[in-house]
Ligand binder design. Structure first.
Ligand code: GLN
Length: 193
């Protein structure tokens, strides 16, 4: 299994290190040539969504990535990565986000919460985070709610969190994502046989 990690800006190294500590091969995507390497899943890290969108466009990565996700590539977006998946950005998740939803300056905090299907007491580090202000399709399901706001959701092969699981010493969110990737790989091989 090989996971592509978008590495234009933001907290990508932490994702790569966490995946490697789990024995999973991960590589950085900085340009189109990187993206063309074989991969089974994609992580869109936190950072600054406006900067990431601009770089994706100028590097010619926006459309190939959008198309791959639309075609079923498993993707995990954290914070700015969650914004990228949403309406008005890559637009692959049927969901609307509110950026900097907790305020710009004092909007960073840490809590623990339950994530549906994953577990209780999941550490959640929020850094100038968004939340989902509406899920626009029943295909897009909330997985976690903090103070009445949806901070994690899943739409089929797409997983998104407003928090940064790569910054805490808990691999359960990544393990969950890798299960999505594995089940996608096995669907592909049964379709090919
Ligand atoms: N505030 C950032 C944005 O709007 C997201 C912050 C983050 O990824 N930690 O893109």
């Amino acid at each position: 299994m090989r996971i592509a990690v978008l590495a234009l800006q933001g907290a990508f190294i932490e994702h790569i290190q966490l995946l490697q500590s789990m024995g999973v091969e991960a590589f950085e995507v900085r340009q189109l040539g990187d993206w063309q390497q074989p991969h089974d899943g994609l992580i869109l890290p936190g950072g600054e969504s406006t900067v990431q969108m601009r770089l994706l466009r100028s590097l010619g990565l926006l459309e190939p990535i959008r198309q791959a996700i639309s075609d079923g590539l498993p993707v995990f977006g954290t914070c700015a990565g969650m914004i990228l998946l949403s309406r008005g950005y890559l637009d692959t998740m049927q969901a609307q986000v509110l950026r900097n939803a907790y305020g710009r300056q004092l909007g960073s905090f840490h809590t623990v919460g339950k994530v549906e299907g994953i577990g209780n007491d999941i550490p959640m580090t929020f850094i100038r985070a968004p939340y989902f202000d509406s899920l626009l399709s029943s295909d897009c399901q909330p997985l976690a709610t903090i103070d009445g706001h949806v901070v994690a959701a899943q739409q089929g092969h797409q997983l998104a969190t407003a928090f940064h699981p790569e910054l805490d010493n808990d691999a359960r969110m990544h393990q969950y994502f890798l299960q999505i990737v594995l089940s996608h790989c096995s669907q592909d091989s049964s379709a090919a046989s």
